[in-house]
Design a protein around this ligand. Structure first.
Ligand code: PRX
Length: 630
């Protein structure tokens, strides 16, 4: 198969596709506001908006100003008036194989009860709730319960360690934390409650902890602070009215790594966010009424927020949640799930696909994957070889692959094909979705000619855009709206071709992307520098066959300490405890000194070349003394 090949939408894909006329691009570009207002009109509003886009205080754009709605109402209540009432909203499978299906009616009941539990614990409209849960149904239940009562949630990925949890809770001064006695991951229990207890020692804002029983593992229980979820749910009333939220009210905060280390609380507002995710979920995945949709991303990341919870539920579709690892108990778990639940749309990350390629096609052969109609990819560049493998072996050559580019900040997919109209090119995210304007520009902000490379920018606001950085509006302006005039800077490098198709190359700042997960090198450096033996640390992302990038750390030790495999192992564990296993360095290089420019800056490029093995490590020189890849 030719990797430069273009895939035209097949007749099967076009027939019945929600969007099968490419005029949609032209029409949306001619009047973006009318286009997005049309999408917003598919939600239920308590009060219509007065203005589609208020630009009076740009770049603090306000979408659907004056409108009132509730996200939980749109994801649940409104479906109960239709035949969706008895349809599966969530299909859950735990790693040990336990299953739970919640219909829209059942999910509604769980959410209203949970909303009353939150209220009984003192949570009021505007209070922030931190949620540190594994991929179990209680996670979306708590999110929607928060949305129902107007308390912004801040979900912290359950793979993060106590240090990251503590920072995130403190930044938004959460009043309540919801966690569990653990979650299952590759046969082991993640110690969520222990991590939470450790974090809470440094979190004065937290008054109470709501504890979900998942694994049955014994955990510490602090009377007066900790409450069992099931105890409170048992006695909670089921009726709970919705708060009428302004379109611009915060729906949630989600932390992500930003340049210069400290994680940023990305704030998403109710009306614009829900409009954007519901619309793109319908358009990009060509959603049909009876679709079973499976987004494999953890809800702790934006992909899970937008396309495992809010998008699918706002559209009344069935969303699959799976708790554990793709290779547990063996590397066919995904295929078994697809066959068992008749999944029609699979949305996953290239890292996972590269692992499946490595494990071999034999794992797929015994499964009936004919229910699949569409495949999606997100989070990192997908190279043509991986795209073609996905298309051929998972999609049987018949399912379009939609490669979707977006970010925590953008809230919704911004660059991706519409399967019924957009020809696909493996390795390209294709073109901006209707109503979105993107460009590749040079250093001065001028568009580069076709086939050139430069910075990826967004030229006009879009509904699900972040509204600010929590507690730091100046940083919002500085980081996104100051690098180029009148454009949002994505932090990504990209190229475009003669057809206007985009290819995203990766970050141009100090963010690295490990298996589709975004990490800041500065944050890892700070964690290392906190270790008693470390004088200085420099972290770079080196290429990795499966994960795209992996963490490599260069460390200078304090006087009196010497590098050893044992110390390297200790430092790796230290980073895992501080940030989480994702940030664990693959290699630690001990070096007596960092290589520097004349102005004193660390020469990261040289470190990167060394980590890649492109330049020889000079054992006596300042750049590397020993490599301890454990
Ligand atoms: O570098 C881009 C990469 O992931 C970054 C955003 O990371 P995060 O906020 O964690 O959100 C990930 C899921 C939406 C982007 O700046 N990225 C995301 N999708 C793609 C991608 N790179 C290439 N191709 C993609 N499809």
């Amino acid at each position: 198969m030719n990797e430069r090949q273009t895939f035209q939408p097949s007749p099967e894909t076009c027939s019945g596709a929600g969007v099968n006329d490419k005029a949609i691009y032209r029409e949306a570009a001619a009047d973006r506001e009318t286009f997005w207002a049309g999408q917003a009109g598919q939600l239920d509003w308590f009060k219509p908006w007065e203005q589609v886009l208020d630009e009076s205080n740009a770049p603090f754009y306000r979408w659907f100003a004056g409108g009132k709605l509730n996200a939980a109402y749109n994801c649940l209540d409104r479906h109960l008036k239709t035949e969706r009432k008895t349809k599966a909203a969530l299909i859950f499978e735990g790693e040990p194989g336990d299953q739970r299906v919640l219909t829209y009616q059942e999910l509604y009941r769980e959410v209203t009860k949970c909303a009353n539990v939150l209220k009984s614990m003192g949570v009021r409209r505007g209070d922030r709730v931190a949620v540190y849960l594994p991929m179990i149904p209680e996670l979306p239940v708590v999110m929607l319960a928060c949305a129902r009562i107007g308390a912004p949630h801040s979900v912290v990925f359950s793979g993060f360690g106590p240090g990251s949890l503590c920072d995130r809770i403190n930044d938004c001064r959460a009043k309540l934390v919801v966690t569990a006695d653990g979650g299952w991951r590759r046969g082991r229990i993640t110690p969520l409650k222990d991590n939470c207890d450790e974090a809470l020692a440094g979190c004065p804002s937290v008054e109470k902890v709501l504890l979900v029983r998942r694994t049955g593992k014994e955990v510490n229980f602090t009377a007066g602070r900790d409450y069992w979820y099931h105890d409170l749910m048992d006695g909670a009333p089921a009726a709970c009215p919705c708060e009428q939220m302004d379109a611009g009210d915060d729906l949630f905060i989600l932390y992500t790594s930003g340049p210069a280390g400290k994680p940023k609380g990305i704030v998403h507002s109710t009306g614009g966010y829900l409009t954007g995710v519901a619309a793109t979920h319908r358009m990009v995945f060509d959603l049909r009424d009876d679709d079973v949709f499976w987004c494999t991303a953890d809800i702790g990341w934006i992909t899970g927020h937008s396309y495992a919870v809010y998008g699918p539920l706002a559209n009344g579709c069935t969303s699959v949640l799976y708790e554990g690892g793709p290779d547990w108990p063996q590397p066919d778990r995904f295929w078994a799930l697809i066959e068992k639940y008749g999944v029609n749309i699979l949305y996953t990350v290239p890292t996972a696909i590269r692992s499946f390629m490595k494990w071999g096609t034999a794992w797929l052969e015994n499964y009936d994957l004919s229910s699949l109609r569409l495949l999606g990819s997100v989070g990192e560049p997908i190279n043509p070889e991986t795209w073609l493998w996905y298309h051929q072996h998972v999609g049987g050559g018949r399912c379009p692959v939609v490669d979707t580019w977006w970010q925590t900040e953008t809230g919704m997919i911004l660059i991706a094909p519409l399967p019924g109209v957009t020809p696909l090119k493996p390795g390209s995210v294709t073109v901006p979705v209707p109503g979105v304007e993107a460009a590749v520009v040079d250093n001065a902000g001028n568009p580069v000619p076709p086939c050139g490379g430069g910075y990826l920018v967004l030229k006009t606001p879009w509904p699900a855009m972040l509204s600010t950085i929590y507690g730091d509006p100046d940083r919002y302006v500085a980081q996104y709206w100051s690098r180029f005039e009148n454009a949002y800077f994505t932090g990504d490098g990209a190229r475009w071709d003669e057809d206007g198709y985009f290819q995203v190359m990766g970050r141009v700042d100090d963010i690295i992307n490990v298996g589709g997960h975004r990490l800041s090198t500065v944050e890892i450096e700070s964690a290392l520098a906190e270790h008693r033996t470390v004088a200085e640390a420099a972290v770079i992302g080196k290429s990795h066959k499966l994960k795209g990038q992996a963490v490599s750390a260069f460390v200078t030790l304090k006087e009196g300490f010497t590098g050893s495999p044992e110390l390297a192992a200790e430092l790796k564990t230290h980073v895992t405890r501080k940030i989480g296993a994702l940030a664990r360095p693959e290699d630690i290089f001990f070096t007596p000194e960092m290589p520097r420019t004349r102005s004193g800056k660390i020469m990261r490029r040289l470190l990167w070349e060394m980590a890649e093995g492109r330049v020889e490590a000079d054992l006596d020189g300042p750049v590397a003394a020993a490599r301890h890849g454990i």
